[in-house]
Design a protein around this ligand. Structure first.
Ligand SMILES: [Zn+2]
Length: 189
């Protein structure tokens, strides 16, 4: 007895039509570095120094990149009198004011990197140690060090990595940082 096996080949018309017109969102990985766009349109003669300070921070840290001409996370202003200061609105965002008169006493680049340090989450540390950036004017006018210490730089990297919740909470809030650079007594005569 032979059974006839009918093989039905279903020729499946494979539709190789690509589905077009659908944009798949590509979420940024959690480890993506934050770009901090700084704006020097109001920085006057300090614009070049702002660029130097950005390079110093970029070389010293990970997880963030300071970049020019891409936006205004950080606005830098040149002012006259009243002292240099920083206003942080959130981690990586805010405004920095550099006092022209103060920059004739203290190193302008050290002032700039210090004030940007506040925007990047660092508090002041007035211990007079010139090897620290956040000691600010407490290290005296002879201190021209514009570089964050390894500890300071690593703290910034960790803040932007978001790996230290407590520090991130501390560093990401809004704050105003004034009086980092005490006025030097005027020379008599
Ligand atoms: Zn300060």
């Amino acid at each position: 007895m032979t059974s006839r096996i009918g093989r039905v080949v279903a020729a499946s018309a494979a539709t190789a039509m690509a589905t077009l017109g659908v944009t798949v969102a590509n979420p940024a990985p959690a480890s993506a570095a934050m770009t901090i766009c700084y704006n020097t349109s109001q920085a006057g003669s300090f614009a070049g120094i702002a660029g130097q300070a950005a390079s110093i921070w970029n070389n010293a840290t990970t997880n963030l990149t300071l970049s020019a001409n891409c936006g205004s996370n950080l606005r830098i202003y040149q002012i006259t009198g009243g002292g240099s200061y920083a206003i942080r609105t959130s981690l990586g965002n805010g405004r920095v004011y550099i006092d022209t008169q103060q920059a004739q006493q203290y190193s302008p680049l050290r002032i700039m990197t210090h004030e940007i340090g506040h925007i990047l989450g660092l508090p002041d540390n007035y211990n007079g140690n010139c090897s620290l950036l956040m000691s600010g004017g407490s290290a005296g006018t002879s201190c021209t060090n514009p570089y964050p210490s390894t500890t300071e730089a690593n703290r910034v990297s960790n803040l932007f990595a978001g790996t230290r919740a407590a520090e991130r909470a501390e560093g990401s809030g809004s704050a105003v940082f004034r009086d980092s650079w005490p006025a030097v007594a005027a020379t008599v005569g």
